[in-house]
Ligand binder design. Structure first.
Ligand code: ADP
Ligand code: ZN
Length: 607
């Protein structure tokens, strides 16, 4: 039976004990020649779902992926497992391509990664026609969607695979969850008869936290100091200039921090990405141009210094943390200016009205998540149509429930002050009037004579900013960027002004109150000796990785090294028991790591 064979491959090649979630059934479906559509969150274990059937079925598995820059790492990772893999894309020289094509024709490959534009050439289709094909895996399948931000026109032509190779099973895989995209994938790729596998999109090991308020940079720094003094992570910013300045600032603080955005030369982008993957503890500061398909498993944090445009984008970006299943942080800080500029970006977009409305709704949902005072995970999953029965206990709101206050009166003061100053001024000015500041401009405008002058003196300037942010976020006020951020009332303001509805605001979070996941990671290695051995094993891994020119995680994951440090196996058989050690890796790297453990034990006996 194919499922026994699959389990045997899982153990001997990958070194894992059991399948996760739907993996076994997906593998069965494909091995049996049927199509599948796989929706699984990042880190869910999608690659195995096509790698194992490609090994079970005769012929080569063709993997379509838009991620040319990462293909080499994917091939290296497969090779470390003893899988015969290669890639074909524009970065290869002619000789190399020819050689791979020969291997393909002779049936000497298990897996071939191809960029879609290459696959669609007549020449390639003909070559494939002459080879024995195990399956087609269409990775990052959401790229077919015109509405998504990863749209690739070539993906829409991939239906040709079904027409040219009707007998070859196809699997489309994506970590994008929404039903609309799923429908598009099915329609565009002709997957009407595919079995659909929709996994839970929950990522329980990721802790979500969203901070509001002043000085996001200082908050980021204290977060990094507290939780990730040495870890690799990603910091997302909205603009290129903010990316540059943030990377410089972090570097000035002594961290290895590299910028990444579409304005950098391709060579620099490539170099920074490589260092992020190959070295340890590197921080990438990036616009959303960075990250799709980054399968570095030990990204310990994703921090947002700017608001994402939608919950989909937020979830996808934060999903790059903790693919290895170990505790990770999704941390965000945002302020009033973010809300205003994003709103503005959407409003001034030249997209057709229908699409603009979608963008507006998506942004509104994102802002709602930010201002939420109940469990973030419940809200996130609900957005993707999933229900989480209980609050998660692993988000900021669960761990440290925010204080909520009835802001109805403050909101009415704010709105009427906007109204009485003529809907011509920005947030700072209106706040100055509210707190009754003695200011020349206010006197010249005679706004010191208004009934709203000084009626907000009982609330601090900072707190007012938070009130205005929440009013703008909730749509009770609008900031008009064409008029320098002048605040205007909206149709929603009226019932609030008339006292027909109440509003509640979150009190600002204080950084010192945030709780740490770091302790949880550290207690895994309670023993100081284990910790020392773990460090030694990491050094060994890094030196092997350097020698081979591959990312360290291609050798072994942290979790595998950690288990080695605790179990301290001294024989090849013992090493094989460790999760993540298969036969190929045992043969390639076993001796080196066993030597480290041996040496460590001898030294500790001496001491
Ligand atoms: P995705 O492509 O869905 O983001 P990957 O295929 O990269 O996820 O898998 C994420 C991590 O989980 C990888 O390090 C992989 O080796 C590991 N993994 C996958 N399946 C299993 C399993 N059955 N048991 C243990 N680890 C697994
Ligand atoms: Zn929660």
């Amino acid at each position: 039976m194919s499922s026994e064979r699959a389990l045997e491959i899982l153990r001997s090649v990958f070194g894992y004990d059991r399948f996760r979630g739907d993996q076994a059934e997906i593998i069965d479906t494909l091995s049996g020649g049927q199509d599948a559509l796989v929706l699984m969150p990042t880190g869910g274990g999608k690659s195995l779902c096509y790698q194992i059937p490609a090994l079970i079925r005769p012929g080569v598995g063709i993997v379509v992926s838009p991620l040319i820059a990462l293909m080499k790492d994917q091939v290296d990772a497969a090779a470390a497992l003893g899988i015969r893999a290669a890639c074909l894309n524009s970065t290869l020289g002619f000789r190399e391509q020819q050689w791979i094509e020969e291997q393909l024709t002779r049936g000497e490959l298990d897996l071939l990664y191809i960029a879609p534009e290459r696959l669609l050439t007549d020449r390639m289709l003909e070559l494939l026609g002459n080879a024995e094909l195990a399956l087609f895996a269409i990775d990052e399948a959401h790229c077919v969607s015109q509405w998504g931000h990863d749209f690739r026109p070539e993906y829409q032509q991939l239906s040709i695979l079904h027409e040219r190779f009707p007998g070859v099973p196809r699997v489309a895989l994506t970590a994008t969850a929404d039903a609309r995209t799923r429908g598009e994938i099915v329609a565009q790729l002709r997957l009407q008869r595919a079995r659909q596998f929709v996994a839970s999109f929950d990522r329980p090991n990721i802790r979500y936290a969203i901070n509001d308020g002043q000085n996001p940079r200082a908050r980021l720094w204290s977060f990094l100091e507290r939780e990730h003094p040495e870890d690799a992570g990603i910091v997302y910013c909205l603009s290129r200039s903010k990316v540059e300045s943030t990377a410089e600032w972090l570097a000035g603080k002594g961290r290895v921090a590299l910028p990444y955005h579409a304005g950098l030369p391709a060579a620099a982008r490539q170099r920074h990405q490589e260092r992020f993957l190959r070295e340890e503890g590197v921080i990438i500061v990036a616009t959303i141009a960075f990250g799709m398909g980054i399968d570095k498993p030990d990204v310990r944090f994703v921090a947002h210094l700017s608001l994402p445009k939608s919950i989909e984008a937020y979830y996808q970006e934060t999903g790059r943390a903790g693919r290895d299943g170990e505790p990770a942080n999704a941390w965000m800080a945002y302020g009033l200016q973010d809300v205003i500029s994003l709103r503005q970006m959407v409003e001034s977009s030249t997209a057709p009205d229908a699409q603009k409305r979608i963008m507006q709704n998506k942004l509104q949902a994102m802002l709602g998540l930010c201002e939420l005072s109940s469990c973030r995970r419940q809200a996130l999953l609900a957005y993707f149509g999933e229900t989480l029965a209980e609050p998660c206990g692993n988000c900021d709101n669960c761990l440290n429930p925010p204080q909520v206050w009835n802001g109805t009166e403050a909101a009415r003061k704010a709105l009427s002050c906007v109204y009485r100053t003529g809907q011509r001024f920005g947030v700072n000015y209106v706040i100055d009037v509210l707190i009754g500041k003695d200011d020349e401009r206010i006197v010249n405008n005679r706004h010191n004579q208004l009934s709203t002058y000084g009626i907000g003196a009982d609330i601090s300037q900072n707190q007012w900013r938070s009130v205005f942010r929440q009013l703008i976020t909730a749509g009770y006020l609008r900031a008009d960027m064409e008029r320098y951020g002048a605040l205007t009332l909206t149709p929603e303001s009226r019932p609030l002004l008339r006292g027909e509805i109440e509003v509640h605001f979150r009190k600002q979070t204080r950084p010192s109150k945030e709780k740490s996941v770091r302790k949880k990671i550290e207690t895994v290695l309670e023993n100081a000796a284990d910790e020392r051995l773990f460090e030694r094993l990491r050094e060994e891994r890094l030196s092997i990785a350097r020698e081979l020119g591959v990312p360290p995680y291609v050798i072994f994951h942290d979790s595998t090294l950690r288990e080695m440090a605790v179990q301290q196996p001294l024989t090849p058989e013992g090493l094989l028991q460790i999760s993540g050690v298969g036969e190929s890796k045992l043969e390639k790297f076993g001796e080196a790591f066993l030597a480290v453990i041996h040496e460590f034990q001898l030294m500790s006996q001496d001491g």
